[in-house]
Design a binder for this molecule. Structure first.
Ligand SMILES: C[S@@+](CC[C@H](N)C(=O)[O-])C[C@H]1O[C@@H](n2cnc3c(N)ncnc32)[C@H](O)[C@@H]1O
Length: 217
């Protein structure tokens, strides 16, 4: 099998940066050039991108396109924020991506450089278990890292009644970082009771199943 050097892949990304969705690809290329982030490949792999696309499609269909202020918890390198902000079907004012790992914010800012310039993206280092949710004044809170929480119920109790939420978890118990997996969609729904459920679904991936809930707590 032929192996290619970094230059080979950079040339391809540089070419794609001048096509459709070019600004997203250009931001990915600039992030790779300026940051040493081996796990960016995992954050942008097929499963991850598919789960973000699934979220965008289900959110649009169930809750519409317009959100003034979106907060993404456990936002990692900001791929979900970039996916939503580049999606022209939405009218989103601003996305804030929150992660407990201080190494994530600089990468998320680079990956969303287009939106930082427009004043539509911010990255914050914080523990989602300690955030003042009322103070955030978000009209949409997204947590796609539920499987990383040792105490999902404790986190959920901090969220105000009526808050519009998108939640994802999975049954990938084999991953050491996954301390809060659920066995199925019913268990996930039981963990996160909502007064209005707008969407619930499961998506089979190669090694695990991902679950998603959208609704008002
Ligand atoms: C592997 S990543 C994201 C996986 C997820 N399925 C996704 O793509 O949305 C999980 C992220 O959650 C973050 N995280 C874990 N516990 C957290 C907490 N208490 N507050 C904020 N971020 C947290 C980790 O630092 C990590 O960046």
């Amino acid at each position: 099998m032929t192996t290619y050097d970094d230059e080979f892949y950079r040339d391809i990304l540089d070419g794609l940066a001048h096509g459709d969705h070019g600004s997203f690809v250009a931001d990915v290329l600039a992030t790779l050039s300026r940051h040493d982030v081996p796990r960016l490949g995992a954050a942008l792999n097929r499963n991850q991108v598919a789960s973000k696309r699934w979220l965008a499609d289900a959110l649009l269909a169930s809750a519409g396109p317009a959100f003034a202020r979106v907060v993404v918890l456990g936002g990692w390198y900001g791929v979900l924020a970039a996916t939503l902000l580049h999606d022209e079907r939405f009218a989103i004012g601003r996305v804030e991506s929150v992660d407990i790992d201080a190494a994530c914010a600089p990468v998320a800012l680079a990956l969303n450089a287009t939106h930082v310039r427009e004043g539509r993206f911010a990255a914050r280092t914080a523990d989602m278990l300690a955030l003042d949710y009322a103070g955030l004044r978000a009209d949409l809170v997204i947590n796609t890292s539920s499987e990383h929480l040792p105490d999902f119920t404790g986190w959920y109790a901090r969220i105000a009644d009526g808050q519009l939420l998108v939640l994802q978890s999975n049954d990938y118990f084999a991953c050491a970082e996954h301390v809060g997996c659920v066995p199925d969609l019913a268990a996930f729904a039981a963990q996160a009771p909502m007064r209005e459920r707008l969407f619930e679904g499961a998506q089979r991936m190669r090694r695990y199943t991902r679950f998603m809930l959208i609704g008002r707590k």
